[in-house]
Design a protein around this ligand. Structure first.
Ligand code: NAD
Length: 471
């Protein structure tokens, strides 16, 4: 079996999917690794270290992907700077491992599926005991939580620990962590290690014990209950009224904090807005908010995704690169995760066997999910365009004076001609019965418009002829 490890071509991401250490665990006569030259350099792994681990190093991306049975990446496929499209490079029949994020990359997934590539979304691994060693979401949340505190400390203007110096005693910084999932708990642990006084909050009551075990104080909310979490342990979205009451609870704690790290997320939903502009105004100038939820809208009303902004004297960090910001340890963790997963799905002869009824592979296996999500995406876009077209059509027909109906009909006939071509293409693509039916309906509807248009025009011309005859 041949496993290819390309260089990540995503800006600001210096991680690599497999390290020399993870390759050494698996390399054998049956399992060969081929690594793109320089793939590990951003994470300080040299080509020589990969060679020593048993990998072959190649320069040419085409040679790298050619004949690969497995391609391991961190990020979904991209178009490279030289114009090559990774989707096209991954060989048909290969297994592609990466954080695919099916909902954001429906098109790439669909194209991979069409080419016979099996995509496995690493971030969809179940959060169970068995899958814990293959959970890259937790690994990268750990990096993000740690880095949030480090960036907050750097952007802030105070020491974290209490210091007794000849120049006087310096009190410790106050740090408040909102959201006590994997990232939040790591942020609490990091801030505590640096010596700050830390408070933690979450709407899931079970987190109280976890927060306190790390030496932080848990902010209690009497409304928090087990109903606020799903069976899988994730938070549910709170209502607008609950969100407002939560803000009132948090306001005082935020006002007295030097650094606030927000990590509150609800899977599949925009991040809850927990810090309003008024609350930012209530903070001391020089305070810092690190918003780890910036990617999905931010927990603070004033967060700007990907940027650091200053509002009312408070620095708000909305950078989204935190999970990718410790390339050495990020790569070591991910490489180990990939090698454990490969061991899990490899049989004794070193061949990949995917069992769709099995707990781990059934979650990450993205081909079916991609087909569903790509199809849903396409249908949604088509319905959106259809509704817009109906609205524009209605407005045009009702607003145009009757004298202009004939030229208008010529225009709509031309558009219907284009629609027929498009509908024939859709009907002939063989994407499934639903697409065939929609395509055929569109062909019939557009044809009625064209034929009807000709009939009405012909009738009008005849009326015109009669008038001429009479004259
Ligand atoms: P996440 O990233 O989805 O959310 C982060 C935190 O935000 C969560 O703790 C959530 O409760 C909190 N949150 C959401 N809305 C909030 C609000 N309005 N106010 C305050 N906080 C809010 O969570 P995660 O880090 O992915 O963890 C989710 C769950 O999965 C946790 O229960 C965690 O223990 C569990 N988990 C289990 C495993 C495993 O068993 N292998 C591995 C990792 C995580």
């Amino acid at each position: 079996m041949r496993i290819a490890v390309p260089k990540e071509h995503t800006p600001l991401d210096h991680r690599v999917a497999m390290t020399p250490q993870s390759i050494k665990r698996l390399a054998s006569d049956d399992v060969q690794f081929v690594v793109e030259s320089g793939a590990g350099l951003g994470a300080s792994f040299t080509d020589d270290e990969y060679r020593e681990a048993g990998a072959e190093i190649v320069q040419d991306p085409k040679a790298l992907f050619e004949g690969a049975d497995v391609v391991a990446k961190i990020n979904s496929p991209v178009k490279r700077e030289d114009g090559t499209d990774e989707v096209e490079l991954i060989p048909s029949g290969a297994l592609f491992l990466a954080q695919m994020r099916p909902h954001e990359n429906a098109d790439a997934l669909k194209r991979l599926a069409e080419r016979g590539v099996t995509s496995f979304s690493m971030e969809l691994m179940p959060r169970t005991t068995l899958a814990q060693r293959m959970d890259c979401l937790s690994a990268f949340s750990t990096v993000a939580g740690y880095m949030a505190v480090i960036r907050g400390a750097e952007a802030g203007s105070k020491f974290f620990p209490m210091l007794t110096t000849a120049a006087g005693t310096i009190p410790p910084a106050n740090v408040f962590i909102i959201g006590a999932g994997v990232a939040g708990l790591q942020a609490i642990a990091t801030a505590r290690r640096l010596g700050a006084v830390v408070e933690g909050f979450d709407i899931r009551p079970e987190t109280k014990e976890q927060v306190e075990s790390l030496g932080a104080t848990f902010v209690e909310w009497e409304e928090a209950s087990d109903d606020m979490q799903t069976e899988g342990g994730y938070a549910k979205e709170v209502s607008a009224e609950e969100e407002e009451r939560e803000q009132q609870l948090l306001a005082d704690h935020i006002a007295k904090s030097d650094i606030v790290v927000t990590t509150a997320l609800v899977p599949g939903r925009p991040a809850p807005k927990l810090i309003s502009e008024e609350m930012v105004k209530g903070m001391r100038p020089g305070s810092v908010i690190v918003d780890l939820a910036a990617e999905t809208g931010g927990n603070c009303e004033l967060t700007v995704k990907g940027e650091v902004v200053e509002r009312h004297g408070v620095l708000i960090l909305g950078q989204t690169d935190l999970a990718a910001s410790l390339p050495v340890h990020g790569s070591l963790m991910y490489g180990r995760i990939v090698s454990v997963l490969l061991q899990h799905i490899m049989n004794d002869e070193g061949k990949i066997v995917i069992d769709l009824d099995e707990e781990i592979t059934s979650h990450g296996y993205a081909r079916r999910k991609c087909e569903v999500s790509a199809m849903t995406g396409t249908i949604l876009i088509s319905v959106y365009v259809f509704v817009l077209a109906m609205f524009v059509g209605f407005e045009v027909i009702t607003k145009v004076p009757p004298t202009l109906h004939t030229p208008l009909m010529s225009g709509s006939n031309a558009i219907s001609g284009i629609s027929i071509v498009g509908a024939l293409v859709i009907a002939g693509m063989g994407q499934g019965t639903m697409f065939d039916i929609i395509g055929m309906v569109a062909v019939i509807a557009a044809t009625i418009n064209v034929v009807g248009g000709f009939m009405v025009t012909d009738r009008m011309l005849q009326m015109f002829r009669r008038d001429t005859d009479t004259n």
